[in-house]
Design a protein around this ligand. Structure first.
Ligand SMILES: NC(=O)c1ccc[n+]([C@@H]2O[C@H](COP(=O)([O-])OP(=O)(O)OC[C@H]3O[C@@H](n4cnc5c(N)ncnc54)[C@H](OP(=O)(O)O)[C@@H]3O)[C@@H](O)[C@H]2O)c1
Length: 270
């Protein structure tokens, strides 16, 4: 039986995507750390849509997690024909003041585990000469972001890695999609420790900034997948912004972003 595996499916964009794909009759393997949330969601999706939904609780900031997930799917003969590398975490604030371990864990989750999951699940897809992989990046994949330096750099990696992989996978009939959401109202800020003040500085405050809902973003992802796109930025304003960003020098963007953050923080302090 074929399955779609979604990482980061216990909330936010991943959960919204799981519902949309279950409605389209995809059998699902859901991955995240929160076993209870995954168990509940699996039961609900199975009942609502009559598809097979199973889950693997795993912490993808640990290097052995991708192998554990892959072995489990092999053991149960769950053939993964669509892999969605969506799990990710952010961080915000002055780099030197952030916990080094948290920054390294972020890279393990956003980059190393994404590479490992892709490598592992690509092998059987190549043998079958069929499969789809979606890597979730961000608008930050198009720019350096002072005060969100490590997260933005991690998404630049996802963008470059995925765009290169798309071409390598073409001869094997495997479609690879780079999906870049803009600001989306999820648990992202809270999980990243981006408090109100930092969120204002980064123009990512859900109360004031223009943000999409996880449902809207997941809908765009499903449509991009159906259209076999290689690249999609969610939201029309973000698409325009991403185009503009590729035309501007990175140094100019970084300077502007740093000064904007500093001014906004100074304002909130007064
Ligand atoms: N929200 C935005 O504004 C935004 C914008 C651009 C891009 N994105 C990207 O979109 C993706 C989804 O983010 P989201 O906004 O939906 O955030 P979210 O609401 O915080 O959801 C993140 C998901 O990843 C899982 N996760 C976090 N750490 C994990 C770990 N160590 N191991 C396994 N799973 C882990 C979480 O589940 P558990 O806590 O249960 O593990 C949750 O299911 C991320 O790659 C993010 O970078 C988000």
């Amino acid at each position: 039986m074929t399955y779609t595996l979604i990482t980061g499916a216990s909330g936010g964009i991943g959960q919204a995507l799981a519902s949309k794909l279950a409605a389209k009759k995809h059998n699902l393997v859901l991955v995240a750390r929160s076993a209870e949330k995954l168990a509940l969601l699996s039961q609900q999706l199975q009942a609502d849509y009559g598809v097979q939904v199973t889950f693997i609780a795993a912490d993808l900031s640990k290097p052995d997690a991708p192998h554990h997930i892959y072995s489990k799917t092999q053991k149960h003969n769950w053939e993964i024909d669509l892999l969605v590398n969506n799990a990710g975490i952010g961080s915000g604030g002055e780099f030197a003041t952030l916990s080094l371990q948290s920054e390294l864990d972020l890279l393990q989750l956003n980059n190393a585990s994404l590479v490992a999951m892709t490598h592992l699940f690509l092998q059987p897809m190549r043998e079958r000469r069929k499969g789809q992989i979606i890597n979730v990046a961000s608008m930050t994949a198009f720019m350096p972001v002072p005060y969100m330096a490590t997260y933005a750099a991690s998404k630049v990696f996802v963008r470059s890695f995925t765009e290169a992989l798309t071409e390598e996978c073409k001869p094997y009939g495997i479609d690879v999609l780079l999906f870049a959401p803009g600001l989306t109202r999820t648990n992202f800020n809270e999980a990243a420790g981006i408090n109100n003040e930092k969120a204002v500085g980064l123009s990512s405050d859900y109360k004031t900034a223009d943000a999409q809902t996880p449902d809207e973003v997941a809908q765009e992802l499903v449509e991009a997948l159906a259209a076999k796109k290689r690249f999609h930025v969610a939201g029309s304003k973000n698409r325009f912004g991403a185009r503009l960003l590729t035309l501007l020098p990175n140094a100019m963007i970084a300077q502007y972003m740093a000064s904007s953050y500093q001014k906004k923080l100074a304002k909130t302090a007064n």
